[in-house]
Design a binder for this molecule. Structure first.
Ligand code: TYD
Ligand code: MG
Length: 461
């Protein structure tokens, strides 16, 4: 009989959740997604036996929570404030961070800039690229400024080599660009496949925890918007960040999706320039830039992104439909939400919208999912439907319920203050905010209980 070691077997992995099955099935038994199983050849026994053996060799520490001491330098700031904010203060030593995003969005640029800043602070850094040659990286680096000798580069895709180099050099920070190009010889499937990505991440995980190096991994995103390879990758790492934005536009947003060391709602805003990414200190100003004057259908609303209120402009275009079925389309927010809010307007306010097409856009290309922008959506639809512009100094926010009521939102005061900071003089907010909000000089506040009330305010101002 053949020994178990080296025996190749074929298994099927779900692209969505990483579920492993010995035979092909149409629907993944774990996440119920259809047609997501892909065939891969793996080396039967090696990986499990190895991890168990390794696990037993390592020292296991059992501790009482009270007895664990925390050190001040648990977060190492990168010097790039927007990045630190998303991470919760900086990079945690021994952590594994995944930076996902569409190809060409600027992940390599961002990480190289972070390497540069960290290098200047005296941290030792190893940037490992499986995608570009040393010369290509140099060309990019020239645009970003001077690098000191703390930053070292390596072009390599073999994990066996990478592991050995990291173990010998013990840098403080390692960047892997990208996980889809890395491969382990023992895993027979191609780089980028589910089992390769899973096993490679496992290796980096052990390296990060074992040697206390912080590892930042780049992962490309698929059409469906998840990091190529399985979701398991997201489960394994400590922090998942997504770098998003319109590739044709200049701004980029770094969003925390999972964070074991901080909040996940924070975002960092950057602008892509010829000399790399620069931080945008006042995102509201940035998002409202170039706002049209006296255009119907435009309303400014406020969304909380983590601890930061950000003003965004909602644009609606409502026009009579030319076909039997009206078209509804929303960019930057959920189309279903638009449909729902239009139904509320029909039923509770009596607007005849059933034969109207409606297009909604969040200007600046931001993606907002917070329900607090509901009132903004509603008012922009009304404004476009009536073809009546709203005063440019007005902002509105509040969640809208199915019976047309305007419900409370968190941190009203912070939002109103942000509006004031950017020169708005009128705010429409939920009635429930009355208690939470003290009078703020220079800004007139209308408290509304329902969508009908809010529309009445429009006629007043
Ligand atoms: P890149 O970091 O290579 O993207 P990713 O690693 O996510 O695939 O970024 C590529 C884009 O960024 C490229 O289209 C050019 C642009 N860019 C700038 O506009 N300015 C710069 O200084 C740099 C380095 C890149
Ligand atoms: Mg890249």
């Amino acid at each position: 009989m053949a020994t178990a070691k080296g025996k190749i077997k074929t298994v099927f992995f779900c692209n969505e959740c990483g579920f492993e099955s010995p035979k092909w099935v149409g629907q993944c038994p774990a996440c119920k997604a259809w047609n997501t199983m892909t065939e891969e050849r793996i080396n039967a026994s090696a990986s499990v036996a190895k991890t168990v053996k390794e696990a037993l060799q390592g020292e296991t520490v059992i501790a009482k929570i009270d007895e664990i001491t925390l050190e001040k330098d648990d977060y190492v700031p990168t010097g790039m404030q927007e990045f630190d904010r998303v991470l919760g203060g900086g990079i945690v030593p021994g952590s594994l961070t995944l930076v996902g995003g569409d190809p060409g969005i600027g992940k390599s640029t961002l990480l190289l800039q972070i390497c540069r800043l960290m290098g200047q602070k005296g941290h030792s850094i190893l940037y490992i690229s499986g995608e570009e040659s040393l010369k290509q990286i140099k060309i990019r680096a020239l645009r970003l400024g001077e690098f000191n000798d703390k930053v070292e580069l390596m072009c390599e895709t073999s994990l066996t080599v990478i592991e050995e180099v990291i173990r010998r050099k013990k840098p403080e920070i390692v960047v892997i660009d990208s996980i889809q190009t890395m491969f382990l010889e023992e895993v027979t499937s191609a780089p980028g496949s589910v089992s390769q990505v899973k096993e490679s991440t496992g290796v980096f995980m052990r390296l990060a925890k074992g040697l206390n190096v912080s590892i930042l991994i780049v992962g490309h995103v698929t059409k469906e918007g998840t990091v190529a390879g399985p979701r398991v990758l997201e489960h394994m790492v400590d922090t998942v960040l997504y770098f998003e934005g319109d590739r044709h536009g200049a701004y980029r947003i770094l969003r925390g999706v999972k964070n074991r060391f901080g909040s996940t709602n924070e975002i960092g805003v950057f602008e892509m320039r010829a000399s790399g990414l620069t931080e945008v200190e006042n995102p509201s100003e940035f998002m409202l830039e170039g706002r049209p004057k006296d255009a119907s259908g435009c309303v400014v609303t406020c969304s909380m992104e983590g601890t930061r209120p950000i003003l965004v402009e909602i644009q609606a275009l409502v026009s009579r439909t030319n076909f039997g079925i009206p078209r509804r389309q929303a960019q930057g927010t959920d189309t279903n939400r638009l449909n729902l809010l239009m139904a509320v307007l029909e039923k509770r306010v009596g607007l005849t919208l059933n034969d109207c097409d409606a297009y909604l856009n969040i200007a600046g290309g931001m993606k907002v999912t917070e329900p607090a922008i509901d009132l903004g959506i509603v008012l922009s639809v009304v404004s476009s439907f009536r073809n009546k512009p709203l005063p440019p100094s007005l902002a509105a926010f509040g969640e809208v319920g199915l019976s047309g009521e305007v419900r409370s939102v968190s941190q009203i005061e912070g939002r109103v203050k942000e509006c004031k900071k950017l020169g708005f003089t009128t705010c429409i907010v939920p009635e429930t905010g009355k208690d939470a909000l003290q009078e703020i000089k220079g800004i007139k506040i209308y408290y509304v209980a329902s969508v009908t009330d809010a529309i009445k305010v429009l006629d007043e101002v």
